[in-house]
Ligand binder design. Structure first.
Ligand SMILES: Cc1cc2nc3c(=O)[nH]c(=O)nc-3n(C[C@H](O)[C@H](O)[C@H](O)COP(=O)(O)OP(=O)(O)OC[C@H]3O[C@@H](n4cnc5c(N)ncnc54)[C@H](O)[C@@H]3O)c2cc1C
Ligand code: FES
Length: 264
């Protein structure tokens, strides 16, 4: 991990309250791996408000151009600050952080399940998986069509995909977890990577309780240091029969075996 600064090449509106920022960083492009994230300073030089950096998954890496990107949703002060940055501004960030996901250890078939902004860490995984695995399928669910533009990125990846929306404005109407339930047999021999709202992850945990699929979930917790020091991002992970251990999302994750996650 390094403290870095990179020039912003673009910071475009990608959909309602959704932005994609592209940053020039040879270091991230040469050292980051799928599943990792960066912790971004979201205040102007000389200002410490907001004080804490904000974590964002690495959405994509264009090695050829030394550019990585982040897809982010406007939520509060930090992301509002980010949305105001312009081409030519510098972005301060630390990274790469978190444990990478080793896709060479996955089976021949990979299923990605994303809910809302949860598609962000999965996009880079899809891009890498499609190079080294036989079948890669992306199932994504959204409230509405705010992420519509992402379909172009998906098409570029040349993978099969299904989109579900709660209001039916894009793809099929319904929840992505319903789609998975209805297609359990199709994905019987797939290794699964998922990220999304807690309710989606809990439903997937139930669906895959007694199944043999390897299911890896990306967790999102509020973070302070991002490097395993403050203990602010701990989650409970099953250990042995009835026990559990506290693990840090920033250092031990953000990817965990979904079957072992104890949700509150
Ligand atoms: C490992 C990791 C990777 C992430 N990757 C991405 C990403 O790729 N794109 C993206 O848009 N976001 C991502 N997030 C979430 C992102 O960090 C938060 O959206 C961001 O910190 C919000 O900052 P803010 O100052 O704008 O909002 P704040 O002012 O801090 O909060 C505004 C509102 O958003 C809620 N909120 C804040 N953080 C989170 C969170 N982590 N999950 C759910 N609700 C939250 C708060 O409770 C509050 O209601 C990631 C989080 C983690 C831990
Ligand atoms: S954010 Fe400090 S330990 Fe994870």
């Amino acid at each position: 991990m390094k403290l870095l600064s990179g020039e912003i090449l673009s910071n475009e509106r990608y959909g309602d309250n959704l932005y994609r920022i592209e940053v020039f960083s040879p270091y991230i492009c040469n050292n980051a791996q799928a599943g990792q994230f960066v912790n971004v300073k979201c205040s102007y030089d000389g200002s410490l408000d907001p004080f804490l950096r904000r974590p964002f998954a690495i959405f994509d890496i264009e090695k050829k151009f030394n550019v990585f990107s982040i897809l982010y949703l406007l939520r509060g002060r930090g992301t509002r600050f980010l949305s105001l940055l312009e081409q030519g501004d510098m972005l301060d960030f630390a990274g790469p952080l978190g444990k990478p996901v080793d896709l060479t250890g996955a089976g021949a078939n990979v299923l990605l399940i994303g809910g809302g902004i949860g598609i962000a860490p999965l996009h880079l995984i899809a891009r890498i998986a499609v190079r080294i695995k036989n079948n890669v399928f992306f199932a994504a669910g959204f409230k509405d069509n705010a992420f519509l533009r992402w379909e172009k990125d998906l098409i570029r990846l040349k993978i099969n995909y299904a989109v579900m929306t709660e209001d039916g404005s894009w793809g099929e109407k319904g929840l992505v977890s319903d789609y998975i339930w209805e297609n359990l047999k199709t994905f019987e021999n797939y290794d699964i990577y998922c990220c999304g709202p807690c309710d989606m992850l809990k439903t997937l945990q139930n669906i895959y309780k007694n199944k043999k699929n390897k299911v890896t979930a990306f967790l999102e917790e509020k973070m302070a240091c991002g490097v395993g020091v403050c203990g602010g991002c701990v989650v409970r992970i099953k250990k042995g029969g009835k026990g559990f251990s506290y693990q840090k999302v920033c250092e031990d994750g953000p990817a965990f075996n979904l079957g072992e996650v104890l949700f509150d």
